[in-house]
Design a protein around this ligand. Structure first.
Ligand SMILES: C[S@@+](CC[C@H](N)C(=O)[O-])C[C@H]1O[C@@H](n2cnc3c(N)ncnc32)[C@H](O)[C@@H]1O
Length: 348
């Protein structure tokens, strides 16, 4: 599946192509895709293929095509603070992108069948947190991965605001996925060769919409001999944040805001204010005489005359001295200055 958009030379190039082809449609999804280099989720020797719109499979490692992830990220309608469950979380690429949008007050869980794939996902997550330049630019909800078969989730498990299933769901398992969803929540899954978006509208009601024709490898079924007890998967607990965690989040947020204010101030200072010239005209009264019939009648005519720069300058100085309370910027003032001038006048 994939190949819908042209290959990119690097991650940004790939995202440009996904945007151009309308797979990525919102800014927050674009930012998440740009922040995480798809190449980092490939083995080094295959990295060159990472920016093609193609799925990649190597042993148990399996990534879907970028156009699929774009549709999924858009269809999930992610917001800060939501809880997310990824069924078949694989390398953690999608879970990590989701974490950048739901932020530190969200919940980000993944269930993956293969232990070696969960180890791989943890390594990739560690590397992202330690080495990626993007990490500091976002408030992040770190994913927690659980090894197990996602068709064996404990019946008393909590429900989620958003769920994605990364492998083909059989029709019989559709309802099993739907009850994991909170009312008002959204589930995106491939079912009967359609990527489908399901919204839970009530206790027993769901709205369903097909988004894209797809072809996914199916979910592995429960593997147990008749009569064996299933290996129940217990999802990670949803815990209240510790005081230490909250402090870290707020310190990071404050530092990030300060850094971005600083960068903004530097950028503004570098911008040289453009002199805006206002064409000044002076009204002149001219006394004259006009003929009406055979009578000469005195008349006053008003004429507009463009002012010379020196005159203009002189007049501006005079105006300033008179302090006439005009708050219009007539040239050269830095942005924000008129308001400050106005405020000073008000306060004096
Ligand atoms: C296409 S990959 C998803 C990749 C993932 N979206 C990512 O960002 O890397 C599908 C994943 O589902 C996993 N899987 C298949 N059947 C499963 C099951 N029954 N329970 C849990 N995981 C399963 C596979 O091992 C595989 O890693």
């Amino acid at each position: 599946m994939g190949g819908a958009v042209s290959a990119g030379e690097d991650n940004d190039d790939l995202i440009d192509n996904l945007k151009e082809a309308q797979y990525i449609r919102t800014e927050k999804v674009e930012q998440a895709f740009r922040a995480i280099d798809r190449g980092d989720y490939y083995l080094d020797s295959y990295r060159d293929s990472a920016y093609k719109d193609l799925a990649w499979k190597h042993g148990n490692i399996h990534l879907s095509a970028p156009c699929i992830y774009s549709e999924v990220m858009e269809a999930l309608k992610l917001q800060p603070g939501l809880s997310f469950l990824n069924l078949g979380s694989g390398t953690g690429y999608l879970s990590t992108m989701v974490g950048l949008i739901i932020g530190p007050f969200g919940v980000n869980h993944g269930v993956e069948l293969h232990r070696d794939v969960v180890e791989y996902a943890k390594e990739k997550l560690d590397a992202f947190i330690k080495y990626s330049d993007s990490f500091d630019k976002f408030e992040f909800c770190e994913p927690v991965f659980q090894v197990g078969n996602c068709l064996e989730i404990a019946a008393d498990s909590h429900q989620y605001d958003r769920i994605y299933c990364g492998a083909g769901v059989q029709k019989d398992h559709g309802n099993y996925m739907k009850v994991l969803l909170k009312i008002g929540g959204i589930l995106v899954m491939p079912i009967e060769d359609q990527l489908t978006q399901i919204t839970r509208t009530g206790q027993c009601t769901w709205d369903s919409k097909n988004i894209l024709a797809v072809s996914f490898a199916p979910l592995a079924q429960q593997s147990r001999a008749d009569g064996d007890k299933p290996d129940t998967v217990h999802l990670p607990p949803v815990t209240v944040r510790s005081l230490q965690d909250l402090s870290r989040i707020y310190i990071r947020r404050t530092l990030r805001n300060l850094a971005s204010e600083d960068a903004h101030a530097k950028a503004t200072a570098q911008r040289i204010p453009q002199k805006r010239k206002r064409r000044r005209c002076r009204r002149r009264r001219i006394s004259t005489y006009v003929f009406v019939g055979n009578q000469l009648i005195p008349q006053t005519i008003e004429s507009e005359e463009e002012q010379h720069p020196e005159e203009e300058h002189k007049e501006a100085e005079e105006e300033e001295e008179r302090d006439i309370g005009d708050i219009e910027v007539t040239g050269g003032d830095v942005p924000g200055d008129p308001l400050r001038r106005y405020a000073q006048k008000e306060s004096t």
